[in-house]
Design a protein around this ligand. Structure first.
Ligand SMILES: C[S@@+](CC[C@H](N)C(=O)[O-])C[C@H]1O[C@@H](n2cnc3c(N)ncnc32)[C@H](O)[C@@H]1O
Length: 448
């Protein structure tokens, strides 16, 4: 196919560079504002073309050398080729553009991460083994594939995680999962680390049912003992059973093999018990700033609904601007830690509802409940109209934390239809050197 010459005009959401060719938008992966490139059109979509860089004729002056030796081989941190400060500017511009139709909205300056290296407190590595030598490969998938890059060093997580991974690579002899045949035992290794003291929880995700697990339980326990003797920072080892043919990392059943069932993470003066699998903000350094700013949005102290509340992190952080906290969360591990976290932080006036937000909130409507402030922090797909409709009837102030600006935009449109004003929006770099953007938004009812 013929190559075309393009100048990248700006970045758009998803880590893509935008250019135009014969009046048609062209999106190029791995390109940044200012690049002049030769590119090949790889796909003709209805309204735009997708292209691949074949040659960089003149590199943008915002390009920099990626700091990770595995950059390009591993599917993580895809934006390392862009200078950090410029990337922040680009993310800020992207937010301005996505939300440009909300004319009265005030978008605040984008907030950088206090740490861009060693910031991740959670890792989920897929595992497999080589065909002949049965050597373990542990690391992230290569981009757009399920081939595993064997990661010996990952600069965005604490180095002890690399050491533990290497230990498992060299000492695990119970076999690893082959996705193609759906055979083999070890399919994922999940680690969670606290920035307080580097204490760690580790989970082996196994391709086994309970009966199969029983047969190897002693060997797994021996291995866990060995691991914990070598790494005293590992405070608890778990097994999760997942024998489904699925992209879902974990299955329903998790058992503690040895040690503690939680570690503690502090955010400012609050302490949180985290289990091996329940959600906790991946970048605690940035989370402290995000939560503080969310708290500052509250102008009227009163009852607070913490919807999609996880282990209670945000609600508890808001305790001094709430006279009662109500948490709603569907994950039972998270809910049990939420109970413990309220206790740990000496918060007495709270209630917890376990279940789907959309169902529980429906009952709240029947009970005519009202909350001074509602904070929602849904997963990437955002909230849903039923839930949003209900919360719009129960408060005049909604604080929305989102890890996906596109679903936030959709949900913002819905809340505006329901009579709310989109007051402020602020972007945060929760995941440095990736294209991801975390958002904090505030909606208030007009004349509320
Ligand atoms: C982005 S996390 C936020 C957790 C918490 N706010 C925090 O900051 O730690 C989203 C949470 O929503 C929960 N969740 C997802 N879908 C849900 C639903 N339909 N109803 C209730 N909780 C849900 C997940 O289990 C997860 O804990």
């Amino acid at each position: 196919m013929d190559l075309i010459e393009l100048k990248i005009e700006k970045s758009i959401f998803g880590g893509l560079g935008l250019s135009h060719y014969k009046g048609m938008a062209v999106l190029v992966e791995g390109a940044v504002t200012g690049d002049i490139i030769k590119a090949e059109i790889i796909k003709k979509n209805k309204n735009y073309l997708s292209a691949k860089i074949k040659e960089i004729i003149v590199p943008s002056n915002k390009r920099t050398k990626p700091f990770c030796p595995l950059y390009g081989a591993c599917g993580g941190c895809g934006m390392q080729f862009v200078e950090y400060d410029f990337l922040i500017k680009e993310k800020e511009n992207i937010l301005f553009e996505i939300f440009s139709s909300f004319s009265e909205l005030k978008i605040k300056p984008f907030v950088k991460s206090p740490k861009t290296l060693n910031y991740r407190c959670k890792t989920q590595y897929p595992v497999t083994q080589t065909k002949n030598s049965k050597r373990l490969l542990i690391g992230y998938y290569k981009k757009n594939s399920h081939d595993i890059t064997n990661i010996k060093f990952c600069p965005v997580q604490p180095s002890v995680i690399d050491e533990i991974t290497e230990f498992i690579r060299n000492n695990w002899n119970l076999g690893a999962y082959i996705e193609k045949t759906h055979k083999g035992l070890l399919r994922h290794i999940n680690t969670r680390i606290s920035t307080n003291d580097n204490s760690i929880l580790l989970t082996f995700v196994l391709n086994a049912d309970e009966k199969e697990y029983k047969k190897i339980k002693n060997e797994i326990t021996d291995f866990s003992n060995l691991l914990m003797n070598n790494f005293p920072l590992v405070k608890g080892v778990f097994v999760n059973l997942n024998n489904e043919k699925t992209n879902k990392i974990t299955g329903e059943k998790t058992v503690l093999i040895k040690g503690e069932k939680y570690i503690i993470q502090n955010l400012k003066s609050y302490s949180y018990k985290m289990g091996p699998l329940s959600f906790f903000q991946i970048n605690p350094y940035l989370a402290e700033i995000l939560f503080e700013k969310a708290k500052n949005l509250i102008s009227k102290k009163g009852s607070l609904l913490d919807l999609y509340g996880g282990v209670g992190a945000i609600g508890i952080f808001m305790n001094d601007v709430a006279d009662k906290i109500t948490l709603v969360e569907e994950n039972s591990e998270a809910v049990s830690f939420a109970y413990e976290n309220y206790k740990l932080n000496n918060i007495k006036n709270h209630e917890i509802y376990e279940g789907k937000a959309e169902n529980i909130i429906n009952n709240f409507i029947k009970e005519k409940r009202y909350f001074e402030n509602i904070i929602i922090d849904p997963p990437r797909k955002g909230s849903d109209n039923r839930t949003l409709e209900c919360i719009s009837k129960m408060t005049n102030s909604i604080i929305y934390i989102s890890c996906n600006p596109m679903t936030l935009k959709r949900d913002a449109g819905f809340l505006i239809e329901k009579g709310f004003k989109f007051k402020t929006l602020e972007g945060f770099d929760m995941f440095p050197y990736t294209h991801h953007i975390e958002c904090l938004a505030h909606f208030e009812r007009e004349n509320g």
